[in-house]
Design a protein around this ligand. Structure first.
Ligand code: 5MM
Length: 342
């Protein structure tokens, strides 16, 4: 393991004014996204969609890293340039999702544990050789009647820490992603309680498994009301509760926290990040690692048509720029007027 390399790359991943594009949809997830625009999920369509994202002119001003899926890490642009080389040439760090998805947790109805540890050491070696410089693993926590259980939180935290330790051993920066889902009618307080318990347990496991805090990035959910909560908390309250939760659970040695969007609308996710940064400075960089909140409008503009690539790229550039401003609390909804309506 090169401590210097992972510490340096972790800092680059949360560079000022920039964040991470999560483009690591597994086959099932990308199919769902393509179904929504009536585009068949063929290997070539997935390749050209991702080429459209990565070749957006100027996107490197706001994007420090891209999380890829195994297939994408091995694909190339139309001119033959492998995607990891193309990204690295723009100063963007290529990363790779290494988990194999959330599967039902035995003895825990309604809860999951993420699989993918078997053979991971060998896969990591290969991914480094293919150009990846960071990794990602997502553990999913459900809120519900009597959920989450401490059993599910502990099982997921243990797997996240095993993944993180192995990644660092291979000189790859782990993005540790514990996601407390937004699904349900719960209050923001319930989300706070579940998130705090989860994040504390994750850091406890990371410490037991000797993970170097300075060489990792945390990718958590924001503390939000459930999607179906009748009185959802506003932007200021989300920022306040999220910060309170992070302060009580995340050690200061962690260089950065890059939030997932988790089903928030694109503008909501930007407004929340902006409010979080407007009250800084904080002990860690507060950044983004958005999938849907960066890609959704671009996907809608693209709809699988080569002739729509320039429009889709404009739309992606705009979202990336808005989130880049939210990194310093300098975003305002007025910026949305510069965008292209889709
Ligand atoms: C892009 O979606 C990622 C992959 O999900 P699957 O393994 O289910 O296909 C996902 O892990 C993503 O990186 C995070 O959830 C953040 O994406 P959102 O859309 O929540 O910002």
């Amino acid at each position: 393991m090169s401590t210097k390399e992972i510490e340096t790359n972790a800092i680059k991943m949360v560079a000022a004014g920039k964040g991470i594009l999560a483009a690591d949809e597994s086959d099932g997830t990308i199919k769902k996204r393509f179904d929504s625009i009536n585009v068949p999920s063929t290997e070539e369509n997935r390749r050209s969609y991702r080429e459209m994202l990565f070749t957006t002119k100027g996107v490197e001003d706001f994007i420090s890293g891209v999380i890829l899926f195994d297939e994408t890490l091995r694909q190339s642009a139309q001119d033959g340039t492998p995607f990891p080389t193309l990204l690295a040439g723009l100063g963007i760090l290529p990363g790779i999702k290494v988990d194999k998805g959330a599967k039902p947790l035995a003895g825990a109805p309604g809860e999951t544990v993420t699989e993918g540890l078997d053979g991971l050491r060998d896969r990591l070696k290969e991914y480094y050789g293919l150009g990846a410089r960071f990794t990602k693993w997502r553990g999913v926590i459900n809120i519900g009647e009597g959920l989450p259980t401490s059993y599910a939180i502990e099982a997921n935290a243990h797997a996240l820490a095993r993944f993180a330790a192995l990644s660092q051993e291979a000189s790859l920066v782990p993005i540790v992603e514990p996601e407390v889902l937004m699904d349900g009618g719960h209050s923001i307080e319930t989300c706070h309680e579940a998130s705090e318990a989860t994040f504390k347990c994750v850091f406890d496991e990371l410490s037991k498994q000797r993970v170097l805090l300075e060489g990792m990035i945390l990718k958590p959910n924001m503390v939000l009301s459930g999607k179906d909560c009748p009185s959802r908390a506003g932007v200021e309250e989300v920022a306040e509760q999220t910060l309170r939760c992070l302060r009580s659970a995340v050690p200061e040695g962690v260089p950065g926290i890059a939030f997932l969007s988790g089903g928030q609308t694109d503008e909501e996710a930007t407004a929340h990040l902006n409010a979080l940064n407007a009250t800084g400075p904080h002990p860690w960089e507060l950044s983004f690692s958005y999938g849907r909140a960066l890609q959704a409008p671009a996907l809608k503009a693209w709809v699988g048509e080569a002739s729509n690539v320039p429009l889709a790229q404009k739309v992606l550039y705009h979202r990336a720029k808005c989130n880049g401003s939210a990194r310093s609390g300098s975003y305002s909804t007025a910026m949305e007027k510069e965008g292209v309506a889709v």
